[in-house]
Structures are given as structure tokens and as C-alpha cells.
Design a protein around this ligand. Structure first.
Ligand code: G3I
Length: 369
């Protein structure tokens, strides 16, 4: 009881809101080995949902903002910055002593319409876009200097074949936009960790492209700390051996590895597609939404085994893999309920729709010996 009260106080919550908290915790289970993080939404860090806020403070020692630090949220119109939600996010992380992450500075998605255009609606030139990038990064990173400990600086800059994505950043600025983004972020907070973050880099050509890109950046003296492997995975892909080899390869390139957006999709998919591109949007089909009344015991067990398998791989790389962040707290709010098909009942996380711990949680905090 006493411990729970301390935790509630830490989360800035009153006794009346005290939820039943799980006894074992993820952060203790991996203490001194991995930071364990979670992506959070406003109702969690503002305290509007006190139960979830307390669960987060109890279980995790790192947080990532799922949406409130994206460009469209922070600077929807040129030079008009909106920091209210981001400030509250950073306050929550700071108050709870969490390793607080910023997500994300340079991405092609969730950007406002004005960013790549001039007043007449034509594409801006290189110097204008570089100036906009610099202003945004220095304003945002500068504001949270010393409190946001790590930034996803460039997000999802690679195509599936490992070449650079044909984004407006690349087309307007050219290949050095990545180096510039890291440089601006480093100038704004020299102590912050700076990451390149992407999905689908667990294997294949995209992995090779990521390794080549990061080696090139490091060789040129660009201040990149590490790579974020998002790890939006399924029950079977990537195989553990593939993931293990990939982490080894990044480590050998002198990079820290963060698992930045972990979730395990248990729903059936159309064909084999390892892309987590947010623009995918497929037609509904009841056959692809089989667990609307809950997850059958055998699938719960498969999910638990998969989480245990993934964490066993991460733990094989001490000093290289330093953080694992779950992409959401409870199943009911996962992005996978609406992607790539809207309105499905997805079960990819460690806490169920009632925010109760699942067998997968138990497999991590109390592994069977
Ligand atoms: O903010 C609007 C709100 O005003 C509006 O009423 C509502 C109606 O749908 O939409 C809200 O915006 C949504 C936004 O999340 C904030 O909730 C967008 O529609 C929705 O598309 C957006 O989805 C997010 C997605 O990134 C796109 O930014 C997901 O929550 C988030 O989980 C997902 O996260 C990404 C990572 O940032 C990068 N890696 C892949 C990962 C999964 O796609």
C-alpha cells in the first residue's frame, strides 16, 4: 500500500484515483539492463485518465509522445508554435524521473501543408526549407534542452529497397538533409542522444540500406547516437535470428540500438507485408478481424512466447540495446485498431482493453524457468 501511495504521488495523482496496480513491474524486471518505455497520449500524461497515468509511472522508466511532438502538432502554421501538450508531456516525464524521448523532428508524414510550399503554393527552394528545418529543430530541441534526453531526429527516410525515400525533404534539399537535421539538433542540445528511426529495417534490403546510410553519416562525423528499430512485428516476422543478426550489425557499426515502437500484431494480414507505412489503407473483411470478443488462450500464449523471444534477443546485446519502448499502453488504444484496416479489434500490447496485464506481461516480468 505504502509503495502504491508513493507511486501515485510521483505521478501527481490523488488517493481517490488509486488504481489496482500490478505488483511486478517491467522497469524492475529489466533494471540495469534495459530502459522500458511506452508511447503516451494526452489523457495519460495530463492526468485526465489517472488510472493509466499511475500504471505508466508504475511500470515504465521512459516515455515517447505518440503524436504531440510531431511537426503538425507543434508548428501548424509558420512561426506559430503550440507547446501546451508537449510541455505537459515533458513535465510528466520529468516529474516521474523518466528518460523522456522527443518524437519526431524530420518526417514526411504528419507535416502541415505550408512546410514544403511558398505563399503561391509552389515548392520552396533548398535554402528556405533548410531555414525552416533549422528554426523548427532549434526552437523545439532548445525548449526542452536537458529534459528531453533523446530525439528521433530523422524518421523513416528509407524506401523498402533501402534507397533514400523520395520525400520532399530529399527532393528539395538533397541527400545532406539528414546530416543537417542531426547537426541542428546537436547544436541545440549537445548532450541529447540523437537517433535515426525506421520500420522494416529488421532485415533485407532496407536493413542493408540503413546500415550503409548510418555508416556513411558516422564516417562524415554526423552526431548520430543510434538507430531506432521500430519493431512493428508479427508473431512470425522477423525471425529471432534475423533480428539478432541485424542488432549485431548495427552494434558493429558503432551504433546504439533502441527498440522504439514495439508491438506484435496478432491479426491475420493480406499477404506478407512488413511495411508499417502509415499511408497503407485496406478494405475491411470480417475474416481479418477474428478476435472481436477477446483473444483465445492459444493466441495469448503465442503472443507471450513471442514477447519473451523478442526480449531474449534484446538482452543478448548488453550495452548496444539500451531501451525498448512499447508503442502504446493498452490494446484498446493501439494504432493497430485502425491500420492497415480501420475499426478492427487488435491485441498487440502487454495490457488488454481493460488495461489489465496479459500473459505476455507475465512472461516478461516473471519468466518461467
Ligand atoms: O488530431 C486529430 C484530431 O484532431 C481528429 O479529430 C482525429 C480524427 O481522426 O484525428 C487526429 O489525428 C490523428 C492522430 O493520430 C492523433 O490522434 C490522425 O488521424 C491519425 O492518423 C494519427 O495516427 C498516428 C500516426 O502515427 C500518424 O501520425 C498514430 O496515432 C501513431 O501511433 C502513429 O505512429 C507512427 C510513428 O509516429 C512513426 N512510426 C510508425 C507509427 C505507426 O504508424
Amino acid at each position: 500500500m505504502r509503495i502504491h501511495v508513493v507511486m501515485m504521488a510521483a505521478a501527481g495523482l490523488g488517493l481517490s484515483a488509486m488504481p489496482a496496480l500490478a505488483q511486478a513491474t517491467l522497469k524492475d524486471a529489466f533494471k540495469n539492463r534495459l530502459l522500458v518505455g511506452v508511447a503516451v497520449r494526452p489523457h495519460q500524461f495530463t492526468g485526465a485518465n489517472a488510472t493509466q497515468a499511475a500504471l505508466i509511472a508504475n511500470q515504465f522508466n521512459s516515455i515517447t509522445p505518440e503524436n504531440v511532438m510531431k511537426w503538425d502538432a507543434l508548428q501548424p502554421r509558420e512561426n506559430e508554435f503550440h507547446f501546451e501538450q508537449a510541455d505537459r508531456y515533458v513535465d510528466f516525464g520529468t516529474r516521474n524521473g523518466m528518460f523522456t524521448i522527443g518524437h519526431t523532428l524530420v518526417w514526411h508524414s504528419q507535416v502541415p501543408g505550408w512546410l514544403f510550399k511558398d505563399a503561391a503554393g509552389n515548392p520552396v527552394d533548398r535554402e528556405t526549407l533548410l531555414a525552416r528545418m533549422k528554426k523548427h529543430i532549434q526552437t523545439v530541441v532548445g525548449r526542452y534542452k536537458g529534459r528531453v534526453k533523446g530525439w528521433d531526429v530523422v524518421n523513416e527516410a528509407l524506401e523498402e529497397d533501402g534507397t533514400l525515400r523520395q520525400s520532399p525533404w530529399l527532393k528539395i534539399i538533397g541527400e545532406d538533409y539528414l546530416a543537417k537535421a542531426f547537426q541542428f539538433a546537436h547544436e541545440a542540445d549537445p548532450a541529447a542522444q540523437l537517433y535515426y528511426n525506421d520500420y522494416g529495417i529488421e532485415g533485407g534490403k532496407k536493413r542493408d540500406g540503413a546500415i550503409a546510410l548510418l555508416k556513411k553519416l558516422k564516417a562524415a562525423g554526423v552526431p548520430v547516437t543510434g538507430v531506432g528499430i521500430q519493431d512493428h512485428v508479427s508473431l512470425t516476422w522477423p525471425p529471432a535470428t534475423m533480428l539478432d543478426e541485424t542488432i549485431t550489425a548495427f552494434g558493429q557499426a558503432g551504433l546504439k540500438v533502441m527498440i522504439t515502437e514495439l508491438d506484435v500484431d496478432v491479426l491475420p494480414a493480406r499477404g506478407h507485408n512488413t511495411s508499417a507505412d502509415v499511408s497503407r489503407n485496406e478494405a475491411a473483411d470480417p475474416a481479418l478481424n477474428p478476435y472481436t470478443n477477446g483473444l483465445p488462450a492459444n493466441v495469448q500464449e503465442a503472443l507471450a512466447r513471442r514477447y519473451a523471444e523478442l526480449f531474449a534477443v534484446y538482452l543478448k546485446h548488453p550495452g548496444v540495446v539500451t531501451r525498448v519502448t512499447l508503442w502504446g499502453l493498452c490494446d484498446g488504444e493501439s494504432w493497430l485498431n485502425d491500420w492497415p484496416i480501420r475499426g478492427r479489434t487488435s491485441h498487440p500490447l502487454l495490457f488488454d482493453r481493460a488495461c489489465k496485464p496479459k500473459p505476455a506481461f507475465q512472461a516478461l516480468v516473471a519468466p518461467r524457468r
